[in-house]
Design a binder for this molecule. Structure first.
Ligand code: PXL
Length: 272
């Protein structure tokens, strides 16, 4: 680790600040890690959904990556929205040359249901990026695409996490249980053991950017030397507080509260 722990997010933007790069930087800051960002796509979106996406040229993403790596080498990298196959191939080439922790949030669709990447990218995430990953954090629909079977229970999620690690080549996989009915259990498989992370479900519509925030906290904790299971436990607690203390802003599905963890023990703010 450098003298100052640092992390880089490579992802798309959310001008309303709840998801994407903006959520990642807020999360790095809350975990006391110096945050940096390379933008892949500029997204016109708010708490209702995505209205347009402007993909930056791959050559320009490369220039941004060069700017960061030639100056402040991050201790960890996370990727979120990577819209095209060409962008993914560039990022894979860059990461192969660096020895850094790499966390993939395999973002495919936004919470609003809007597609955030072109269809063939799914195979490239699986075949090119996953083998480079320290941790991958799919939700159930994303895990189903990666493993090509249906997931309806925690047992299925365990099977999927094991396939993602043993067959697809990630070092560890957390399959998030939020989309399953009943108890929402996240399942981590880290090549040796399964770990389970449970929390009370909060009934709220303000969950925009939860996946970005969760994976950003894992990234920050890996920078600080935490083992994967410990990093995931911290991220789970952080996102539970961020949802519980959501701010009630936004006319649609609002953002979480990135400083919610500082409010533990206080009444919720009222973002129902
Ligand atoms: O959480 C997935 C995600 C990733 N990246 C961007 C997003 C979203 C969801 O809204 O907007 C830019």
């Amino acid at each position: 680790m450098g003298i100052i722990p640092s992390a880089l997010t490579i992802a798309g933007t959310d001008p309303t600040g709840g998801a994407g790069i903006q959520a990642d930087l807020k999360s790095f800051q809350e975990r006391e890690v110096y945050g940096m960002s390379v933008v892949t796509s500029v997204v016109a979106q708010n708490t209702f959904g995505v209205t347009d996406i402007h993909n930056l040229p791959v050559s320009f993403i490369e220039k941004q990556l060069d700017s960061v790596f030639s100056d402040i080498k991050p201790d960890a990298v996370k990727t979120g929205m990577i819209a095209t196959v060409d962008m993914m191939e560039l990022i894979a080439e860059v990461l192969k040359k660096q020895s850094v922790h790499y966390v993939i949030d395999p973002v495919m669709v936004a919470k609003s249901g809007d597609a955030l990447m072109e269809e063939p990218s799914r195979e490239v995430i699986r075949d090119v990026l996953l083998p480079l990953a320290s941790v991958v954090t799919p939700n159930v629909p994303e895990a189903e695409i990666l493993v090509d079977f249906t997931i309806t229970s925690t047992e299925d999620a365990k099977k999927a996490a094991k396939v993602i690690v043993n067959q697809l080549g990630a070092q560890a996989a957390v399959v998030k249980g939020g989309h399953l009915t009943g108890e929402a259990i996240d399942v981590l498989y880290d090549k040796r053991d399964f770990h389970y992370f449970k929390s009370e479900r909060t009934s709220t519509k303000h969950t925009h950017g939860t996946g970005c925030t969760f994976s950003a906290v894992i990234t920050a904790e890996l920078v600080k030397g935490k083992a994967v299971a410990e990093a995931v436990a911290i991220a789970k607690e952080f996102i539970t507080d961020a949802i519980h203390y959501s701010l009630g802003i936004g006319k649609g599905n609002g953002p979480t509260n990135h400083w919610g963890h500082r409010l533990q023990g206080l009444p919720s703010i009222g973002g129902e």
